[in-house]
Design a protein around this ligand. Structure first.
Ligand code: AMP
Ligand code: MG
Length: 344
C-alpha cells in the first residue's frame, strides 16, 4: 500500500514527483538576482528578483510578502477554524453573508470556472474531498460505500450559492461549505506579484508549490525559461520547455496526492458529478494564462473533464493548455492551439 501523501495539508497537496515546473538552468553573464523562500499553504514559496534592492530592502520586502501570505491564509485557509472561509462555510442558508472584497473575487472566479466547465469545477466539493480522506479533518483514506458518496454528493453544488458582487455578499440556498484549494495558491501568487509591482519591481518569478507567475526578464536578460517536468519521475528530460515573459503557469496532476487500495489509485481531485476521484487517463494539465488564479482553477477543472472534453473546452475558451495522457504505450503529450505560442 502506498498511502502516498497522507497527513498532507489540503491547500497544496504537494509534490510527489517534485514540482512540475522548474526554472531551467543558469547561464553565464547573469544580472544580479536574489532568491526569497519560505513556507506557506502547506508548501514552499520561491521568489526570484532580478536586480534586487539592497539587502535591507530585500529583507523588508520578504517580511511584506510573508504578511501578505498570512492574510491570504487568514481569509482562505480551510485549516484555520477562524478563517473567513471557515466562517462562510459554517453560515446557515438564507442569510446575507458579508464577504471581504478579495474573498468575493476568488469566489466569483470559482463560480465562473464552475459554469464554463459544466460543473466539473465545483468550489463546494469539500464534503466529497473530506469523504475520500483528503480534507482538513484528515480522515482515513479509504474507498467509501456508494450510499456515503451519494450523501456527500447531495451536500455539494455551487448553484446553491448566490453571490452579489456589488454588495460583496453571499446567500446560500442550501448548506454549503467552500474549498478554495484548487485556486487559492494561484490567487496568492497573483497577490505577491501585485505587491512586487507596487514596489517598482518588474523582473521576477513568483512560485508557490509549482504554480507560478513571471514578469519582465530573467537574470539572463531573456524571457523566463520554464520546464514542464515529466510526471511521476524524478529528474530526467522535461516533457516540454516554455518561454514566458509575462504570465502565469499552473499544473494539476492526478499523481500529486493520492492513495492506493487493491491496486487502484485514487486522486485528491474529485469529479463532483460522479462523487469519485478522477479516472487516471489524464495525468496532468498545465495552463498558461494572464492570471495565476485562473491558470490554477482551469488546470483543476480540465483535469476533471478528462482527455477529450478538456481539449474541446480549452479550444472553446482559447486557453493555452498542455496535457499529458496515460496510454498503453506510455505518456503522450498534446496541447491546445494557443499553447503553441509558448512551447520552445
Ligand atoms: P489543484 O492542486 O489546484 O488541482 O487543487 C486540488 C484541490 O482542489 C483538492 O485537494 C481539493 O481540495 C480541491 N478539489 C478537488 N476536486 C475539485 C473540483 N472538482 N473542483 C474544485 N476543487 C476541487
Ligand atoms: Mg488548481
Amino acid at each position: 500500500m502506498a498511502d502516498a501523501a497522507r497527513r498532507r495539508p489540503r491547500w497544496l497537496p504537494a509534490l510527489l514527483a517534485a514540482a512540475l515546473l522548474a526554472q531551467l538552468g543558469a547561464c553565464a553573464r547573469q544580472a544580479p538576482s536574489a532568491r526569497l523562500e519560505g513556507g506557506t499553504m502547506g508548501t514552499r514559496y520561491h521568489i526570484t528578483l532580478v536586480n534586487p534592492p539592497r539587502a535591507t530592502g530585500t529583507r523588508a520586502l520578504q517580511a511584506a510578502v510573508e504578511r501578505l501570505l498570512e492574510s491570504v491564509n487568514d481569509s482562505m485557509s480551510t485549516y484555520r477554524e477562524d478563517s473567513e472561509i471557515a466562517r462562510v462555510s459554517r453560515s446557515p442558508p438564507d442569510r446575507d453573508i458579508a464577504l471581504s472584497p478579495d474573498f468575493a473575487t476568488v469566489l466569483a472566479a470559482a463560480l465562473r470556472v464552475g459554469e464554463l466547465s459544466g460543473g466539473a469545477f465545483d468550489v463546494t466539493v469539500g464534503p466529497l474531498v473530506e469523504l475520500w480522506g483528503f480534507g482538513p479533518e484528515r480522515g482515513e483514506r479509504r474507498v467509501p460505500d456508494q450510499a456515503s458518496v451519494e450523501r456527500a454528493r447531495r451536500q455539494v453544488g455551487y448553484r446553491a450559492l448566490l453571490l452579489d458582487r456589488r454588495a460583496s455578499s453571499l446567500a446560500k440556498r442550501a448548506p454549503r461549505s467552500l474549498d478554495f484549494s484548487a485556486l487559492a495558491k494561484g490567487y496568492a501568487v497573483d497577490r505577491v506579484a501585485a505587491l512586487l509591482e507596487r514596489r517598482g519591481i518588474g523582473d521576477y518569478l513568483v512560485e508557490i508549490g509549482g504554480d507560478l507567475r513571471v514578469a519582465g526578464h530573467s537574470p539572463r536578460g531573456t524571457a523566463w525559461a520554464l520546464a514542464i517536468e515529466r510526471p511521476e519521475l524524478l529528474g530526467g528530460e522535461p516533457m516540454a520547455r516554455i518561454a514566458l515573459r509575462d504570465g502565469a503557469v499552473a499544473t494539476s496532476g492526478d499523481y500529486r496526492n493520492f492513495f492506493e487500495r487493491d491496486g487502484k489509485r485514487y486522486s485528491h481531485i474529485i469529479d463532483p458529478r460522479s462523487g469519485y476521484p478522477v479516472p487516471r487517463e489524464l495525468v496532468s494539465v498545465t495552463v498558461v494564462a494572464a492570471s495565476a488564479m485562473l491558470a490554477d482553477a482551469w488546470a483543476t477543472a480540465l483535469l476533471v473533464l478528462g482527455p477529450e472534453r478538456a481539449l474541446e473546452v480549452a479550444e472553446r475558451e482559447a486557453l493555452a493548455c498542455y496535457f499529458v495522457r496515460r496510454q498503453a504505450e506510455g505518456l503522450r503529450p498534446y496541447w491546445s492551439a494557443a499553447m503553441a505560442d509558448y512551447l520552445e
